[in-house]
Design a binder for this molecule. Sequence first.
Ligand code: F6R
Length: 609
Amino acid sequence: MCGIVGYIGKKQTSSILINGLSKLEYRGYDSAGIAVLDENGKMNVSKSKGRLANLEGKLKEMPLNGTIGIGHTRWATHGEPSDINSHPHTNSNNTISVVHNGIIENYLHLREWLTSKGYTFISETDTEVVPNLIDYFYKGDLLDAVMMATTKIEGSYALGVVCINEPDKIVAVRKDSPLIAGIGEGEFYIASDVPAILNYTRDVYYLNDKEFVVLSKNGIEIYDAEKQRVNKEVHHVTWNADAAEKGGYEHFMIKEIHEQPKAFRDTLSSRVVPGSPISLDKITLTKEQIENINRVYIVACGTAYHAGVVGKYVIENLARIPVEVDIASEFRYRNPIINDKTLMIVMSQSGETADTLAALREAKAQGARVIAITNVVGSSVSREADDVIYTWAGPEVAVASTKAYTTQLLTMYMIGLFFAENLNTVSSEEIEEIKVDMLKLPELAEEMLTHKEVMQKFAVNTYSHKDMFFLGRGLDYAVAMEGSLKVKEISYIHSEAYAGGELKHGTIALIEEGTIVIALATQSDLFEKMVSNIREVTTRGAKVLGFAAEGNTEIEKTVGSAMYIPKVKDILLPVLTVIPLQLLAYYIAVQRGCDVDKPRNLAKSVTVE
Ligand code: F6R
């Protein structure tokens, strides 16, 4: 994972690099470091284990002056978090500095080979081979040396490189890890992601694999692997820097939970219009191609996978096409059955998740057609898929995904309806009713957010528990999975999600006096069955918070506390039901004093396998 940033221009680079890294901490926060070339061409490096604040402290005591530099925030893969394993890494002679996001898979072999040539290593990282390899190939041209080095490296990388022999440039390249280049006035940037440079420029190049960039004070030159110049389109980013700031909220997560009504409006707008067919941007999938599909795979990781579980239910019900939903890291190695009748939908907030990207490539290579659903314009999945549908959630900074999940759900409905319209699997009246209800969701989400005290109160009563169980059936089971993940990832409470009917096949043995159970019973056709499941746990002493659709007050007979979800079509309820669960997880984590936006051991974007 990790985040990289680089700057070349007229200003002092340290503070620009630190600002950029602060926006990339979501990619990892085990350590941070910068390398700066001063006006005499000397290279100075400062790095520190732990959060960026530690590095800032070091730089206050010993500032690094210079107008060219590279920076890194780390999520440790090879070697524990420590000062020595922090980036930038330099070659044995301290002439070349490198920041790296990705994994060098053949680093042990390269390290042995470089050692036999007299190079020495001080860290346990895979990255340290890179500056030494560049040094080995360096014959007076940094770009050539980086190009040669990449012919020997296997794995994934976004690299930023500076060298004291050419103190007027930064060379960068990517393969399977994200990298953009930013264009300012007489100043230029590289970064893993747009927010890192949004304070300085909105004009960016999205780089492709094996494109090499040379940044100088005169501009940006881009080359392919044959050293031919590449002319790329400049993208103008429409987000502003404020969208990526906390805006008065205590944490990004709570801000992003509150941004859901707007995110829903943006995602639905112009796509769902009563009386008109669903409009999925510039989708190229034709009616004939839809008729030809005999199987859909939805492939994703984590929260996006949970949105896929809802998607399976939605697409199967609306379009009557069999849908399999898979965890990307499993899909890519399980030899799935794929042919030209297969449609794959990959879902990824960041669009850079390594396993999701690898699954996409595997499916494409075997002839599947691929739709990507992502929140990041220009991300790798968006560029490699046949079609892309954006979730217009705006930048999601908190590690725990909230508004990306709910907008992913909206795209699942839109795809389900789009297929149903093309396949005539649902009456046009029913389709219209669903659309009308979808357009109510932004307002109803606002209403859900006004009930936050209920969740706050429940959090106060439950935050000290060690375990928590989420139960649901059908779509509620899918939402239970997401609610449970939210609790465990930010509050570190052990939590499990179970299908109501499955509980008595083993897990009910864990229910005892005082066990906390969140029971979702919003689906009308499964309500009675869920009520039976709730009884099974309450008779064994569980303390239950029950969720039901408005009007289903029957639930109060079996649960300690109840929460009602506004009445819309059952199929749409997950979008609303999850909001109080997000709030519950948030308030529990706050009560427990956890670092809500940056939970331990996690990073926002998992760009390594
Ligand atoms: C959990 C969470 C993760 C991500 C997962 C996939 O709150 O955010 O589980 O959903 O890492 O990330 P993307 O969607 O960027 O592919």
